[in-house]
Design a protein around this ligand. Structure first.
Ligand code: PEP
Ligand code: MG
Length: 551
């Protein structure tokens, strides 16, 4: 790669940031074995690596904002700080192995034992692999797999970001995200918007950029300038500092609505209580999507009912006096959860995901609903519950029955599958509200994988076919008088907001950063104008023409 070059991808979260680029480190490759002269010294070297891994995990556990993350990290540290493991390493060194190979072999033995034992122990195999990779990386002088901890802000480059990595991501350290793959509604994009980080996805070549090269990322245009100078970095830093306060300054606040006062509730999407302050700063009227997956990520066993109650209650209490729409577990496909032990599927996005998990594991849903009901009691928030990936009236009816059975007053379903959108009116007879997940609804309506950047044109929320599906839901909402919201990424597009309102959508839920822009855009149009724009957008020949309707 030439010293000064530029790459381009899809900008998924606007903003400009610059700084040294560091990669999400992958697993190290074991080099060929080398002969060992002094077995004692080599054993000390191997023990040193294990100790460094333990210390690093403990440091990260102490820093973790989430109790769950801290617990997982501490459990890993305990596994690496094990007498039997050290004995096995020493034996391998004494038999002639160098430190990296001795460590790999020792972990390999435990791995086999754990896998053969099955059950809970077999679930820890992934942890052993992670510990082996970390220790070997230390011995080889490489970064440990995962997020780099350089102690200064940096631009993170990765092939893609797994949801588990996101639990660790510190927005104070990471200036921007650039991934080689990914699409506009994939998880990197959602995470970036939630954290307000400039982000570019589907950016080929980014993994070939030498680490520590200064880069400038433009999350609006999708351009990544490689080899910029210190002045550019300083200017970008000043620019972002001055734009931080300005998002809300002088912008309108208060409940969302059209210029003539037709209300459109503006709500926030959150993943844990950590996101609530940002929702407050954006004057969100409530939470329209509380994604509960975070608590379950990376877990090899199901979080207990008590643990779930605590996590949900934190959010409900922080939102006392407002509405929180909590979504039951959306596992599977792009959100694999180890504790479910799901079989490999040829088409995971079309398989057992979302509410479908309850077919084989009904207990996971009933425990979660019971935990939500416990947490909702006397918390002061108005708690509504919805299910992801609902396709039929039968599923909606059964889910609503389970919600009421748990003692919760309001049950809704997400509209993410075209079959459900087409039957919105029937579904609304069985449930209290609908929430349209446009990320998945686009994916399934256009048969286009949401994580593929090269299909971004099909995943464009302005696609008239998607708008038509939304219109069917909006009409059903108007007929029944029940709320129909949008909580997918389409809700964060300020120009689309009046169109969605015109289609009959009564609330928009988005990452808090997007809220001021959406509020201001909606307030520029009367309800009659919104309806007219919606009518035109639905019959537009293509997404670009629909988008062109809004000046
Ligand atoms: C969606 O599909 O639009 C949605 C909000 O759910 P998620 O992005 O979590 O799949
Ligand atoms: Mg979805």
């Amino acid at each position: 790669m030439p010293e000064r070059a530029s790459l381009s991808g899809i900008g998924v979260c606007p903003g400009v940031a610059a700084g040294p680029l560091l990669r999400l480190a992958g697993a190290p490759v074991l080099p060929p074995p080398v002969p060992v002269g002094d077995a004692g010294a080599e054993t000390v070297r191997a023990y040193g690596a294990l100790a460094e891994v333990v210390a690093d995990l403990e440091r990260r556990a102490a820093r973790a904002a989430e109790a769950t993350v801290a617990e997982v990290l501490r459990a890993e540290a305990t596994m690496a700080d094990d007498e039997e493991l050290r004995d096995a390493v020493r034996e391998h060194v004494e038999a002639g192995a160098d430190a990296p190979h001795a460590i790999a072999a020792a972990f390999g033995t435990f791995r086999e034992l754990f896998a053969a034992a099955g059950g809970h122990l077999a679930e820890r195999v992934a942890d052993l692999d992670d510990l082996r990779d970390r220790s070997v990386a230390v011995l080889l002088g490489l970064s440990m797999p995962g997020l780099p901890p350089p102690g200064h802000p940096y631009v993170l480059a990765a092939r893609d970001l797994a949801p588990t990595v996101t639990a660790d991501l510190d927005p104070e350290q990471v200036l921007a995200l650039v991934t080689e793959v990914g699409g506009p509604t994939g998880h990197t994009a959602i995470l970036a918007r939630a954290l307000g980080l400039p982000a570019v996805v589907a950016c080929p070549g980014v993994l070939e950029v030498a680490e520590h090269t200064l880069v400038l990322v433009d999350g609006a245009t999708g351009r990544v300038e490689i080899g910029v100078d210190e002045e550019t970095v300083a200017a970008a830093r000043l620019g972002s500092a001055s734009s931080v306060g300005s998002a809300g300054d002088g912008a309108i606040t208060g409940p969302g609505g059209t210029s003539d006062g037709v209300p459109v509730r503006l709500l926030a999407n959150v993943g844990s209580v950590r996101d609530v302050p940002a929702a407050d700063r954006a004057h969100a009227e409530g939470i329209g999507l509380f994604r509960t997956e975070l608590l379950f990520l990376g877990r090899t066993s199901e979080p207990s009912r008590g643990e779930q109650v605590a996590a949900y209650r934190d959010v409900f209490r922080a939102m006392a006096g407002r509405r929180v729409v909590i979504r039951t577990l959306d596992a599977g496909a792009d959100k694999p959860l180890p504790f479910l032990h799901q079989d490999e599927e040829p088409n995971p996005a079309l398989g057992i995901r979302g509410l479908r998990v309850a077919r084989s594991r009904p207990g996971v849903l009933t425990t979660q609903l019971a935990a939500i009901a416990d947490a909702a009691a006397a918390c002061g928030a108005e708690v509504w519950v919805m299910a992801p990936m609902v396709s039929t009236l039968t599923e909606a009816t059964e889910f609503a029955a389970a919600v009421y059975e748990a003692g919760l007053p309001k049950a809704g379903v997400m509209i993410e599958v075209p079959a459900a959108a087409l039957r919105a009116a029937e579904l609304l007879r069985a449930v209290d509200f609908l929430s349209i997940g446009t990320n998945d609804l686009s994916q399934y309506a256009f048969a286009a994988d949401r994580s593929r950047g090269d299909l971004a044109d099909l995943l464009d929320p302005w696609q008239p076919a998607l708008l038509r599906l939304i219109e069917i839901c909006g009409d059903a909402g108007r007929e029944t008088g029940k709320p129909v919201g949008v909580c997918g990424e389409a809700a964060a597009d300020p120009r689309l907001a009046p169109v969605l309102a015109g289609l009959g959508v009564s609330s928009l839920s988005m990452s808090p950063r997007a809220l001021p822009g959406v509020r201001a855009s909606l307030a520029r149009y009367s309800y009659a104008e919104c309806r007219r724009l919606a009518e035109l957008a639905v019959v537009a020949p293509d997404a670009a023409s629909a988008r062109g309707l809004i000046g």
